[in-house]
Design a protein around this ligand. Structure first.
Ligand code: C2E
Ligand code: MG
Ligand code: MG
Length: 716
């Protein structure tokens, strides 16, 4: 049968059987109306007719009686739904169970047949249409939004908390750097790529939103995408919660903010840097100086210095060669200044031809002077501009924080003033703003230069101080003390130069020379003078010598050359050295012990802590610092420290030498507490070898210790 024959309508049907516009299809039911709302009603009797009608027409709503001439039951509905998909269907059915089934598989509403008069059916159909329109709109809007958001470059994601899956839109996949085929719905697809430093922050933000502490989830984080490229991503989302407030899902978008970030960073960089040279600008320089001033050192002061560099006669460069040439010179000077920086330092263009250099962690003015000299030398190298080569010079002002500045501006101003002073003194030079500091720094620099020459020309001689055996009154050993024969200042003791020798590294050549001379001297005494047969040599050893490569081999060769047995040599190390140098020094000390030389802790008692060293069987001797010796101060003083130290040492089999003995009372007291060796001005000051040789052969008679009669020494 031709299904179109049985179609009933109000006559709007076209020749091909299609009806223009939306309509309401009644299947197996006569609603006794040709319109519901604005829409025409089309009626067919059988399911077959309905299906063929729907092949060519789209119904806004279908009303179907589940009991039709060609089919009945739930399959009637199923076949309609299969054909139409989203079109709402109202079913007419009397059986309650069947009605529920129909709703379950997708019917929008149902009516018992006897209630389906036009008065009820009309409003019901209209309300079904309205609901459907709303939800269809919603779907369409969502879809449009997805297309729009994806098209605008942001990727959508939806994290289903029930299943744990995440839907990533194609754009989202692209942002995360995986193709759609690779895309999985595991959240790790995203989280695994988040920069490790940002992951904690992302989780914290997510948790805060889930717990309700933040209304939206928002987090800008770095991400290394699937191609290994670093990106900045802004993730934003909002949770959907159930009636109890539990999060069922979070939906949101990912936006690639790399370009924006880069622009922002560039903008920040531009605002803090000089466009021409790329160096820090004045604002950033002041900020850096301020920061450096606010970081106090251990003693509560910050050590920094500011060099204010101004090019000499720069205006001439511009006038003679033009501004492009001037720019080139400024860029080149900036580059050269940068090359003198240490980590943490800053160079800035302060304006025009003025540059600033901030040096951090500088004590004294030596380093600043050294850098200023380097800058003067570097800046004055010719600069090629086109076919010309030009030479510019600079004047530099130096201000250091040791002069006590309150803020960045004042230290920079002082450096500026010092720069003007350098200009007025003839340009192409540096000037320190604080005259005493200038003087101190200069004398230190001169001292280093002089000391270098002194090492080259060996302007040193050795003095020796006897170490007296308190039982026999004989010279047990000698301590070698270096002296500098300064061409103008005469003989200088180590306090004038040891520190500079240490910091400049000159102590290494100097120290070896001392060791070699002293070994030769004592070696020859032991060979030539019977009274010196057992005299030992004690030398002070710098930590730099201790850690010098090949130290043990060189020492062994020196001893062999001087014919001095290793056991006749004592190497003295200060307490601080032993405590500061750590494991490497310990290892070296052990190697020295293995050579057979003896080791002493010098100036014992000044620092606390080295007492534990005594128990390690590394040291054979300790030398009580004069401050400890002084505490003996007469038998009745009651100060227990010296006697305790001597007692501990005796128990550990360690020899003790009391240093700095200056009075007979001290000596008497030392004897009283069991001290066996001593040195000090009371016996002899350090002296030239000839004097010491005489003392070894003929020790003063009053040295002889008839225990307990020290006071009467004058009678000898
Ligand atoms: P030190 O090893 O503790 O040497 C003892 C210092 O005390 C010597 O000073 C000595 O002249 C002085 N002295 C000796 N007896 C007395 C006394 O009764 N009273 C007082 N007040 N002082 C006394 P010097 O020669 O000026 O040496 C000072 C320091 O320089 C030495 O202290 C030592 O640490 C270091 N030194 C000396 N010579 C050398 C050397 O050749 N190499 C190295 N690396 N350091 C050396
Ligand atoms: Mg010493
Ligand atoms: Mg000492």
């Amino acid at each position: 049968m031709d299904g179109s024959d049985s179609l009933c309508s109000d006559g709007e049907q076209a020749e091909d059987g299609s009806v223009p516009g939306p309509l309401i299809l009644m299947v197996g039911y006569d609603a006794r109306t040709t319109r519901i709302g604005d829409l025409p009603v089309i009626r067919v009797e059988r399911l077959a007719e309905a299906l063929s009608f729907l092949d060519q027409n789209e119904a806004a709503v279908i009303v179907v009686d589940l009991d039709l001439p060609d089919t009945n039951g739930i399959s009637t509905l199923q076949r309609l739904l299969d054909r139409t998909g989203l079109t709402p269907v109202v079913v007419l059915v009397d059986d309650h169970d069947l009605a529920l089934k129909a709703l379950n598989i997708g019917a929008s509403a149902y009516l018992p047949r006897n209630a389906a008069g036009p008065g009820v059916l009309g409003p019901l159909v209209e309300s079904v249409m309205a609901t459907t329109r709303n939800s269809a709109d919603l779907h369409r809007r969502e879809a449009r939004l997805r297309v729009a958001v994806d098209g605008a470059g942001d990727g959508l994601w939806e994290w289903n908390f029930r299943t744990g899956d995440v839907y990533f839109s194609p754009r989202c996949s692209a942002i995360l750097g995986f193709s759609e085929e690779e895309a999985t719905d595991a959240p790790n697809r995203w989280l695994d790529r988040v920069h490790e430093d940002d992951l904690k922050f992302l989780h914290a933000r997510l948790d805060a939103h889930i717990e309700g502490a933040r209304g939206v989830f928002e987090c800008e984080h770095r991400l290394v995408n699937g191609f290994g490229d670093p990106h900045w991503i802004l993730a934003r989302g909002r949770a959907v919660r159930d009636l109890e407030g539990r999060v069922t899902s979070i939906a949101g978008f990912l936006m690639d903010t790399t370009d924006r970030r880069r622009q922002e960073e560039q903008a920040i960089h531009r605002s803090l840097h000089d466009e021409l040279t790329g160096l820090a600008n004045r604002g950033l320089f002041i900020d850096r100086v301020e920061r450096a001033m606010s970081i106090p050192d251990r003693d509560g002061g910050a050590f920094l210095s500011v060099l204010f560099v101004d090019l000499d006669h720069f205006k001439k460069v511009n006038d003679l060669y033009g501004h492009a040439a001037g720019d080139k010179v400024l860029r080149e000077v900036g580059r050269r200044l940068e090359s003198v920086l240490r980590p943490g330092d800053t160079v800035a263009r302060l304006g025009g031809d003025e540059f600033g250099i901030l040096l951090v962690n500088v004590i004294g003015a030596e380093l600043s002077i050294h850098i200023a000299e380097r800058v003067l030398q570097l800046v004055s190298q010719p600069i090629a501009v086109g076919r010309n080569e030009m030479v510019v010079n600079a004047s530099i002002g130096i201000a250091t924080s040791e002069s006590g500045y309150e803020d960045a501006a004042s230290i920079i101003d002082d450096a500026d003033l010092a720069m003007y002073r350098a200009k007025s003194l003839g340009r192409s030079r540096y000037q320190i703003c604080n005259p005493t500091m200038h003087h101190k720094a200069m004398s230190r620099i001169n001292l280093e230069t002089e000391l270098r020459q002194a090492v080259d020309h060996h302007q040193f001689e050795m003095h020796y101080q006897p170490i007296v055996d308190l039982d026999s009154g004989q010279v047990a050993g000698v301590e070698a003390m270096v002296r500098w024969q300064h061409p103008e200042q005469g003989i200088l003791t180590p306090s004038h130069f040891i520190e500079v020798a240490e910091t400049s590294g000159l102590i290494v050549p100097l120290g070896w020379r001392v060791i070699e001379d002293a070994c030769n001297q004592v070696g020859s005494w032991r060979r030539d003078i019977p009274e010196a047969e057992n005299v030992f040599l004690s030398v002070n050893v710098s930590p730099k010598i201790l850690m010098d490569n090949g130290m043990c081999d060189r020492l062994q060769a020196t001893l062999a050359k001087a014919d001095l047995p290793a056991s006749a040599m004592i190497l003295e190390f200060s307490e601080a050295v032993i405590l500061d140098q750590g494991d490497r020094a310990q290892g070296r000390l052990e190697e020295l012990r293995a050579l057979g030389v003896r080791l002493a802790i010098d100036d014992f008692g000044l620092e606390h802590g080295s007492i534990s060293q005594l128990d390690r069987k590394l040291f054979n001797m300790l030398k009580l610092d004069p401050t400890i010796t002084k505490r003996v101060n007469g038998v009745s003083s009651g100060d227990r420290l010296p006697s305790s130290l001597i007692g501990i040492a005796a128990q550990l089999g360690i020899e003790v030498v009391a240093e700095g003995v200056e009075t007979s009372e001290q000596l008497e007291a030392l004897c009283g507490i069991g001290c066996r060796m001593a040195q000090g001005f009371w016996f002899a000051t350090p002296a030239v070898p000839e004097t010491v040789e005489n003392t070894i052969v003929t020790p003063p008679r009053w040295w002889v210790n008839p225990r307990g009669v020290w006071k009467s020494w004058q009678q000898y």
